[in-house]
Design a protein around this ligand. Sequence first.
Ligand code: MG
Length: 258
Amino acid sequence: MANHLRRIDDIINQYDIKVLSVDVFDTVLLRTTRPELQRFKDFCRLQLKYLQLGDQVSLELFYRARLKAGREAYKKANLSGGAYEARYQDIYSDVADKFSSFILGDKQRFVEKCLSLELAREAAGLKLNSSLWHFLKKKKREGIRLIYCSDMYLDGQSVKLLLESISKQTLEEELIVSSDYQQTKRKGALFETLISFTHTVPGRILHIGDNFHSDYRKPQMCGINSYYFPRSPLWRIVSQARKRLYRSYLQMNGSLSL
Ligand SMILES: [Mg+2]
């Protein structure tokens, strides 16, 4: 960790960096190795319990509806060539439509309740990358503008809530989140937005993050300095193995084919 921070500091000094853009998930907020699709099931279990759908709707059915809605949202995003990004609102509106006859109250209220339950559960599985966090605060005190930049189906307000909940601090920094801007880091357009949003020449911006493609290659292609800040090799090995195993389990029980 200390080596990473030293190298980031060197880049900041060498290129006279004015804006530091930082990825959120698995860079500042660290996840466990629990696979994303398994976490979705955790969220669904909680939502069914508190929204009192449990008697009428089975967990498996509710979970499959969420997987399907998420898959379709990302398929739409991929086919759009960068003109659409998956949004929580769209995913859960789809789920709500499927179970509309069981939902008490209006659809928007249902989506909002699902989101708040999900954020509470998501926060329980995150921890702060403390040394990076303190490093970033120090850089900010030294006059560098700090921005959080994330590709995420959750909106900026939700990402902000998670950062505040985990750091136990009020967040003053700005956020640029793909679902709000309908542009992504993985396609590169969100970095163009970062440049215009900050009114800073790309050569004075440094972006750091854990995804080699989205956080390292793509910003470079826009002229932005970048630094690849991956999770540990052991974390990546365990995470990949658990992801593969869980996908096989879902394939075997047919959850991915509905
Ligand atoms: Mg990340």
